[in-house]
Structures are given as C-alpha cells and as structure tokens.
Design a protein around this ligand. Structure first.
Ligand SMILES: O=C(O)CCC(=O)C(=O)O
Length: 315
C-alpha cells in the first residue's frame, strides 16, 4: 500500500490522462445563468468516462470495510462508517481521501471542474476539502437538508463552491441529490441559516468536525422564516437525477439534501469543495484535523489547500 501523503505532490499525478485545452472546459453563458438563478447547475454530459469512474469506485471500496481500516486512514480529516448512527439509515462519509489515493487526488485538479469553478466564483480556485458519500443498498440513509456554508463559516469571505460528482446514476429511489432552487438567495446578512434545533448543542461556529447528520430530513424547517417556507412551497425540491460521471455545481447557500437508498445497489458520490484564492480564516487554529495552524485573518495557503487553477490562464 502506498505510504505516501499525496498532499505533498502539489500537482496532478496524471491518473486521468492528457487534458484538453482549458478553454474547452468553460461553462456556456446559459449554464452560468442557470447557476445564478437556481444556485446549482449540472453538466449535460459526463466529465469522467466509465473507466475513470471505475477507478474512483475501486478507490472508494478500499475505505468501506470497518474491520480493515485503510493503512493510511490516519490521513483522513474525518471518517464515519455511519454518519447517522442508525443501522437502517447508513451514510458513510469521509473527508481527506485526496491524500490517500491517486484518483481522488487528481480529481481535485480536473479542469472539467476547476475551470467552471473559476467562472462561477470569478476567482482563482483553491482546494478546500473533499468528501465521499456512500449509501449502501437497502439501508442507505438520508442526508438532511442543509447549506454547506453552515459548516464553513470559519473561512471568509463566502466565495465557496461545491462540486458533486455521481459515481452511480442517481434517482429519486436511490437517494439522489435534491435542491431547493433559489434558496441561495435567502438573505441572512451574508450568513447561512442557524443550526436546526437538533444541533444547537454542537459548536456550530467553531468547526466542521462538529457537524454530524441525523435522520430527520426536515430539521432545517425549524429555523426557516415564513418567507423561506413560502419559497420552498412555491419551489418544491428538485431531484437532479444526475447520471454517473456527471457533476453538479452548487452555491454555498443552496439548500440541498437526499433521501434514503432502498434499492438493491449502492449510491456513491465524490465531492470536491473549493474556495476563492485569498479566502481567510475567521479564527486562530487549524481548519481541518492535522493541517496548518493559521492565525485569524491569515490567507489560507499551504500544501493542504493547493491552488488548482490560476484564473489568468482562462483569459
Ligand atoms: O450525497 C449526498 O446526498 C449529499 C451530498 C452533499 O451534501 C454535497 O454534495 O454537498
């Protein structure tokens, strides 16, 4: 097994082969407009071939057996075999695998996601962290409605982006990703929604480590005001029905979530989170377990947060 910490590499290893001209990965004006309007936009065609998806599926499989932790498991920022704690609603969720396997390392640099990310943030793109979501067959659990920036307010200003890549076809039945279109416009003075009643005991403002899921899909509704509830009623949740190898990009305030997987097959997804180059820390300390200690107000820049695309290259 590879003993190397891939955060030391600082560039793609080359697992996905030759890349095309950067310009060819740009989103169209229509796609950019859709993102502005809805807070999310999905690619029309796969960004990864079937073979490339298989590389990532195999790498994910290396992490699934609770009895045989990966030899480099110490490099994860977080690892939960079941984030919900409920055996009938299982969601495996982890952060930090980009340091462990070559495919998950290289995906963070893939221009099919970094180029549109640069357009959507209008900035050079810095890697924040990655995530895997695995919902097993039959007992796959829900991911509650949430806004990603609720877990990230220790990095400022808010110019972040999430890219969710389907490693299986997603459907309503297998717990495919859903959005509340337009929810990214809900205004809370630049802050995300406060934590739902169930999680007030968590040190929400401090650390992502404190985030955990629950099986109450609708907990978020307890903190919505009448206007937001009305918006939701008028804009019911949309299942993206993302195809294997396709990606959906979403705004840090876009409310999203997914229902249970009761099908016979797993539902797997790889997520890459970015922020704009120049993003700063809002408090002293490390943003993720075992990473650089920063002072409040310091620009986030170290081997754990590599620059994946310089925006001037797109001119
Ligand atoms: O896989 C899921 O259902 C949740 C994904 C998610 O929260 C995300 O992509 O930000």
């Amino acid at each position: 097994m590879n003993p190397v910490d891939l955060s030391d590499v600082g560039k793609p290893i080359g697992i996905f082969g030759e890349m095309k001209d950067l310009q060819s990965y740009k989103f169209t004006a229509n796609e950019l407009e859709t993102f502005k309007l809805n807070g999310w936009v999905a690619t029309q065609s796969p960004i990864l071939t079937t073979e490339q998806v298989e590389i990532l599926q195999k790498e994910l499989d290396l992490f699934l057996d609770p009895n045989h932790p990966h030899p480099n498991a110490n490099l994860f920022y977080e690892f939960h075999h079941n984030e919900t704690g409920d055996p009938n609603n299982v969601v495996m969720h982890c952060l930090g695998h980009w340091r462990i396997t070559p495919g998950f390392h290289d995906i963070i640099y893939h221009p099919a996601i970094s180029v549109p990310a640069s357009q959507l943030m209008n900035a050079s793109v810095r890697f924040w962290h990655d995530q895997l979501f695995y919902k097993p067959p039959k007992f796959g659990g829900v991911v509650q409605w949430h806004q990603d920036y609720s877990y990230w307010i220790r990095s400022v200003p808010m110019n972040h982006l999430t890219v969710h890549i389907a490693l299986d076809d997603q459907t309503l039945e297998n717990g495919g990703l859903h959005y509340i279109s337009g929810s990214h416009h809900w205004q809370r003075d630049g802050l995300p929604l406060p934590p739902a009643a169930k999680s007030t005991d968590k040190e929400w403002k401090k650390n992502l480590d404190d985030a955990s899921f629950d099986t109450d899909m609708n907990a978020i509704k307890s903190v919505l005001n009448n206007q937001e509830l009305k918006h939701w009623e008028q804009n019911p949740e949309v299942c993206v029905n993302l195809k294997k190898g396709c990606a959906v990009f979403h705004h840090p305030l876009a409310v999203h979530g997914s229902f249970a997987n009761r099908t016979e097959l797993p539902r797997r997804a790889a997520v890459v989170n970015y922020f704009a180059d120049g993003t700063m820390t809002a408090a002293d300390g490390a943003l993720l377990k075992g990473t650089t200690e920063f002072k409040k107000g310091q620009i986030i820049d170290s081997k754990f947060y590599p620059l994946v695309l310089d925006k001037t290259l797109l001119k």
